[in-house]
Design a protein around this ligand. Sequence first.
Ligand SMILES: O=C(O)c1ccccc1N[C@@H]1O[C@H](COP(=O)(O)O)[C@@H](O)[C@H]1O
Length: 233
Amino acid sequence: MIVKVCGMRNADNIHAVANLGVNMLGFIFWPRSRRYVPMTPSGVGLLPDRAEASLASAAGMGRSPRRVGVFVDDTVQNIVTRVYNYHLDYVQLHGDETVTMIRNLKATLIPDIQPEIKIIKALPVRDASDLARCGDYEGEVDFFLFDTKTPLAGGSGKHFDWSVLRHYEGHTPFLLSGGIGPGDVARLKAFHHPGMAGIDLNSRFETAPGVKDVALLRTFLHEMGFVPANNRQ
Ligand SMILES: O=C(O)c1ccccc1N[C@@H]1O[C@H](COP(=O)(O)O)[C@@H](O)[C@H]1O
């Protein structure tokens, strides 16, 4: 099972969470988020130097989570800039991005120096009708991320009714998201879907916006029976 921890921006915290052996770390590039990672004045080195060093040292210990940049209806140019500057492995599109936009993004990225970049398309879910959009993105993205439909773009801390996902019969694997917290272990273990590739953890594991509670995450992962991987998937 893939475990993604999203909304990271503090160097020591990045190091500690990377060392839990999670598969992906998410960095939010949407300026209206409380977890926003601002660009430096030079526009280079999205992650502060110490965070870069933290990730490098974690990698040296065999813990090398993939880097996910989270964007909400951003321009292709802004996304491409951040992919290059922050060495992103995945782009998570958390707005109303169309298939045409995604094709443009890939056409810009793939022929260049980032051929391995993968796309996660977030879709807000309240009921089965929200899954109808999945068909448009089949074959265009690597993962879906099903998040709770709320007036917020993301990070609501709220669950949706996971049973709705029985109506999802697509071939694209998905990450389950939306308010997953420490009290969800039993529900997660009881939830099965052939397309479910992993989970996304965010606001329910925070001591402050953008700062994760490492002890809480460690306990949750232990209770889930999570086995730290080589973090290459
Ligand atoms: O966390 C944010 O601030 C955020 C802002 C804009 C887009 C996405 C955001 N986070 C993503 O939201 C989901 C669910 O988070 P939560 O568990 O409900 O707090 C998660 O995938 C984050 O990547």
